[in-house]
Design a protein. Structure first.
Length: 398
């Protein structure tokens, strides 16, 4: 048994108050889902749980008050059974995750402290022994939001999904989850799901199959599938970039890149006529492959292949609370996603003052207020900030 700390008791107390006032009804066909829960610093402490009704699930949330609460993307005949084969899989939603911890950052440690360029611009990781904390700021979360919109565009244009078939929720911490629950995909097996992920990520694209050739003929694809349309548009956008950026991708000299930039309209015209611009017989193949590789990497959806095709994963229940932040994993429409700010709209607790001891925290913003930096100090902060800090390791003080 793990000893329950006063920090965990504190979080549970306030989470319980939230669940008493806010009933969770976000899980379709609840009786066929497997559930799991987590405790302080352990996102999954137990799984193989099942509930017959929303009332039963909400009673569990109030009585046990987990700090993390997840459900299966799959539907089972007997969701509580073990081992997994005894659950008898019926069908499964498809869930794609986008997390800010996948976004590259330029923060660095200077003189023992983490330094970022500008408040709200970056995310960074702080490591102390075996403990790992991650602070997510606005720029990284905005990048994950852009990825969601790109995915929705793919689903609509390439697969014919309509907006009402796509469900989105904030993860409660650092990103967004996209749920696909329509009948067309629920019966797809793992192989079919892999093929869908391959398409979205541009994995295994063969340029010759799309109509491109880099040797003697220098052909450019003409509408052989939607990926070729994206690539052609991406090529045009690429040659609108600064010559320095073109050089970084292609490896050509600065002078040659300046020449290419000056003739970009000619390059565009050739693309429209089904041809690639001739940059020199010895250079064409490597040059055009590097350009197309760059374009595909720009347009692809950065999905985690393993989690995207896992038929037995469990993921945050929408509209529940996240134990590391206290934020709500809020369900969002596409329209709401446009203006959603997790550091404001994800905050649910009030402003009563709480004393916490913080070893190390950068400047961060919650609910429009700026906090920190804190370094080995006792601070009095609003409840919503105290919950956020305790989730990252701060200690509760009377």
């Amino acid at each position: 048994m793990f000893e329950v700390t006063k920090e965990e008791e504190f979080l549970q107390k306030h989470f319980r108050e939230f669940y008493k006032k806010n009933k969770i009804t976000s899980v379709p066909e609840i009786e066929k889902r497997e559930f799991g829960y987590g405790v302080y610093k352990r996102k999954i402490a137990n799984r193989n749980l099942g509930f017959k009704t929303n009332e039963e699930m909400n009673a569990f949330l109030i009585e046990r008050t987990p700090l993390f609460f997840s459900y299966s993307n799959s539907y089972y005949m007997d969701p509580k059974a073990t081992p997994m084969t005894n659950k008898f899989w019926l069908k499964g939603d498809m869930i794609y995750e986008f997390d800010a911890d996948e976004v590259k950052t330029t923060c660095e440690k200077q003189a023992g402290s983490w330094v970022c360029n500008k408040i709200g611009d970056e995310s960074f990781v702080e490591e102390r022994g075996e403990e790992k904390k991650q602070w997510f700021l606005q720029k990284s979360l905005e990048q994950t939001k852009k990825q969601v919109f790109r995915l929705v565009d793919f689903l609509e244009s390439d697969f014919g999904f309509t907006n009402d078939k796509v469900n989105i929720n904030f993860s409660g911490k650092a990103g967004y989850h996209v749920h696909l629950r329509n009948e067309e995909i629920q019966n797809l097996n793992k192989r079919a799901r892999i093929e869908m992920v391959d398409y979205l990520t541009g994995y295994g694209i063969y340029y010759d199959n799309l109509g491109y050739s880099f040797d003697k003929s220098l052909n450019c694809s003409k509408d052989i599938g939607l990926w070729s349309k994206r690539i052609n548009q991406g090529i045009k956008e690429f040659f609108s970039k600064d010559p320095v950026q073109i050089k970084a991708v292609t490896g050509l000299t600065k002078k040659r890149c300046q020449i290419l930039s000056s003739v970009k309209e000619e390059i565009w015209d050739k693309i429209d006529s089904g041809l690639l611009y001739d940059v020199g017989q010895k250079t064409n193949k490597a040059f055009w492959k590097s350009v197309l590789d760059y374009v595909v990497a720009t347009y692809m959806i950065p999905l985690d292949r393993q989690t995207s095709v896992d038929l037995h994963k469990i993921i945050r229940v929408p509209n529940t609370l996240h134990g590391e932040t206290g934020f709500i994993a809020k369900e969002l429409s596409l329209k709401e996603l446009e203006t959603f700010d997790p550091f404001i709209d994800g905050v649910v607790f009030d402003s009563q003052q709480v004393n916490v001891f913080v070893e190390d925290a950068p400047v961060f913003s919650l609910k429009g207020q700026e906090f920190g930096p804190f370094k080995n100090e006792l601070v009095s902060v609003p409840l919503f900030c105290a919950v956020y800090l305790i989730g990252k390791g701060a200690k509760l003080k009377e």
